[in-house]
Each structure stands twice: as C-alpha cells, then as structure tokens.
Design a protein around this ligand. Structure first.
Ligand code: NDP
Ligand code: MG
Length: 381
C-alpha cells in the first residue's frame, strides 16, 4: 500500500533529505511546510505536487499563494495551517522536522487525528513529552524515532520500544566541534567555530546544540519518553566517528549496537517504511576502510548541558520545558552574535533558578510557561 505523508519543515536539513527518501521509495507527499523559505517551497511544490503547502509566516504565505497560483496546491498559513496539514484525511504519517518546540501543537493535532508520527523534532518531546506520550497512548498512535540515536535503539530492540531484559541504553555522541576543549578554551569560540560540525550537516540550531552538548542532553530526555526509562538507565559515550549510532545493554551484559555510515536518510527511511525495510542507494558501511572506532567519557565539567538535562527530567513537570525555552532563545542570541558561547548555558541556568517547576496540566500551561521563560531570557540580555 502506498504511504501518504505530510512534512513539517520540508525546507530544512531533515525535510529535504525526507523528500529525497520519498522520491526514492515512492512515498506520496500530500503536504509540505516551512516558516518562510518560500523560494524553496515553490520548487518543492512544483516537483512534488502536494495537495497543500503550509507557511507559518503569514506574509510569506500570501506571496507564495500568488507565486504558485498556476498550480493545484492550496496554500495554508500560520499555526492553523501547520495543524491542518498534520490532520489531513489522506495521510497516514506526519514527519516532524521543524526546528524548535513550535512543532508541539501540530504534533498533538496529528496524534489526536490518529496519524503515525515520524519524529525528528526532539524539542517537542523535551518541552511537551509527558503530554505527547500520554496523548499518543490514549489514541493508540505510534511515535517512530527519526533521530539517529533513537532510531538505532529502536532497531536494536527489533523495532520495539521496550524489552523485559533491557539493562540500559548507551547513546553515542560525536562530541561536536569542541571535543577535548576545556571551559577556558571555550571562552572565545565563534559562531563559525560552533557551526563547524565534524560529522553531520544539520540546521544551525541543532549544530549549536551539538557544540554545547545540549543536543545530547535533549536526547536523554527524548529517550526517557520514547523508551519509558529513567535517566539513570541512559548512558552517554563519545564516539568521534559517528558509525555506531547507539547501543542497548541487556541484563546479561550483552551489548547490541546499530551501525551505518552517518546519513540521516537511513533513520528517515526506516521510520517511513517501518516495519518493513526497503533497498536504499545510501553508501554502505566499509569497516575495513574505517579501521578504528574510538570511545571517550563525556566531559561534564566543560560541557554542563548533559547534567542540566538529567536534573530537569528527574524533576519532571515544566523543568525540561524551561531548559528548552531558555536554550532556544539563548542559541538564537548566540547565532545573531549577541552573546558568547558559554553564556548559552549560563542563561539556561538562570532560567532554571528563576522558574519553579510545576506539574504539567495542559497545552495552554506549556505554551504560557514557554512564553514566560523566553521573555525572561530576553530581559537578561
Ligand atoms: P533546519 O534548521 O535545517 O530546518 C528547520 C525547518 O523547520 C525548516 O524547514 C524551517 O523553515 C522550519 N521551521 C522553522 N520554524 C518554523 C515555524 N515557525 N513554522 C514552520 N516551520 C518552521 O533544522 P534541521 O532539519 O536540522 O532539524 C529539524 C529538527 O530535526 C530539529 O528538531 C532537530 O533537532 C531534529 N534533528 C535534526 C537532525 C539533522 O541531522 N539535521 C538529526 C536529528 C534530529 P524555513 O526554512 O522557512 O526556516
Ligand atoms: Mg541525534
């Protein structure tokens, strides 16, 4: 049966690779979306002929509507547009690849409409994990991981999210561009340095998160939600070559690893073809050529983000959401040259100290807390 999907964030790194996978595997794209990159959206509309394109930025949506008036694709706008393409009757899966917790509302809408979620957008689980998972359970909806580590664990578990014999998960981390540097060496690193990732070509926000190791902290939280484990059952090991995408350890000490060349097209494809596997043209692994795989313990003194995230998920409630909101603002301030690299973590710590964690009760409460934390961080700079 042919798959029909909507993509949240089709113009980004994950979004464009998803389109390539869909082309290779004959998956029908019913809807695409972005914030405001309408030049690329127009190209994608003309190539993939989706029924709908949603543009978050209202002005950009109007311009796109004029520019593609000769096509059959309907243009939607704002959050309503993103939610509408996530609930179309013709689709079975929504691939979430927007950057940031802006993906939360459309993901919840998709879950309520009983669509399978192929999830790349980890901030959605960091900010609203408790709500998302409980809604998914209530609606019998599967959340299939696209993030390479979580896809690896899911594959190690044989396409399941749990095992009675599981001892722990071992997330691998590339270590980012600043691996091995001390805190004082990180003092004056630039945006260009932070964007120079050793093994992955990703959007700017997640690349900075990889440099601070916040990405790995978020992935611990993401794994807690996806695999129903406490954070102390999730280890992190630095693995510079990014060949082992993560591992699981069973109670008898046996460790299973998932490996492959570092391309996101493999986890994207698995999430879209699950439970089947299809041939792919992706480069295949040649271990004799790679020769060595190396492993190191993370340096939690120079890079505090992992410990911050462990604490936040242990506290639960709005604590992870506070970390995420503060981090989103801080990273964008760093990218625009307004703060230094190490200030990202300092700002996140200020938010944690200023906002008392609350129990999560509703989407509205999440959105309100998110807004207050963002305003607080902006007021500090
Ligand atoms: P990019 O920055 O490359 O792309 C982000 C996408 O989100 C773009 O299409 C962008 O549109 C869209 N977007 C941003 N804001 C909005 C908005 N308000 N409304 C609608 N669309 C919006 O990010 P990545 O592809 O690198 O990452 C996407 C997600 O996947 C993140 O959550 C990231 O953590 C996760 N991820 C990414 C990996 C990777 O290899 N890149 C690996 C694992 C996870 P526009 O172009 O108009 O700005
Ligand atoms: Mg990852």
């Amino acid at each position: 049966m042919q798959k029909n999907i909507s993509i949240l964030g089709s113009t980004g790194s994950i979004g464009t690779q998803t389109l390539e996978v869909c082309k290779e595997q004959n998956i029908k794209i019913r809807a695409i979306s972005a914030n405001k990159n309408i030049a690329l959206l127009e190209k994608q509309v003309r190539e993939f002929k989706p029924d709908f394109v949603a543009v978050y930025d209202e002005k950009a949506a109007k311009t796109l509507k004029q520019n593609i008036s000769d096509t059959d694709t309907k243009v939607l706008a704002k959050m309503e547009g993103l939610c509408e393409i996530s609930t179309l009757s013709k689709i079975d899966t929504v691939l979430t690849a927007v950057s940031g917790m802006i993906g939360l509302q459309p993901t919840l809408a998709a879950i309520k409409a009983k669509k399978t979620i192929a999830l790349a957008n980890k901030e959605t689980l960091v900010a609203g994990g408790e709500l998302v998972i409980s809604e998914a359970r209530k609606n019998g909806v599967q959340i299939l991981p696209v993030d390479s580590e979580h896809s690896a664990i899911f594959q190690c578990l044989g396409g399941k999210t749990s095992s009675p014999f599981l001892e722990k998960l071992i997330l691998t981390a590339s270590g980012g561009p600043f691996f091995g540097q001390t805190k004082s060496e990180l003092e004056n690193v630039t945006v260009k340095d932070a964007l120079n990732h050793p093994s992955w070509n990703m959007g700017a926000k997640i690349t900075v998160d990889s440099a601070t190791m916040m990405n790995k902290g978020f992935e611990i939280i993401e794994a807690c939600h996806l695999f129903g484990l406490p954070e102390d059952k999730i280890d992190v090991v630095i693995h510079r070559e990014s060949i082992i995408h993560s591992m699981i350890e069973y109670i008898d000490g046996s460790v299973i690893a998932q490996m492959g060349v570092p391309t996101m097209k493999t986890p994207i494809q698995y999430a879209l073809t699950y439970p089947k596997r299809l041939n792919s043209k992706n480069e295949k692994l040649n271990l004799a050529k790679i020769k060595n795989l190396s492993f190191f313990a993370p340096d939690n003194k120079a890079f505090e983000a992992i410990e911050i995230c462990r604490k936040a998920i242990k506290i639960g409630g709005t604590a992870p959401l506070t970390v995420n909101a503060a981090n989103e603002v801080a990273v964008s301030l760093f990218l625009s040259g307004e703060i230094k690299f190490l200030e990202i973590i300092e700002l996140v710590k200020s938010a944690i100290n200023n906002f008392k964690p609350q129990k999560v009760s509703s989407l509205e409460q999440i959105l309100e807390t998110d807004k207050s934390v963002r305003e607080f961080i902006k007021s500090l700079v």
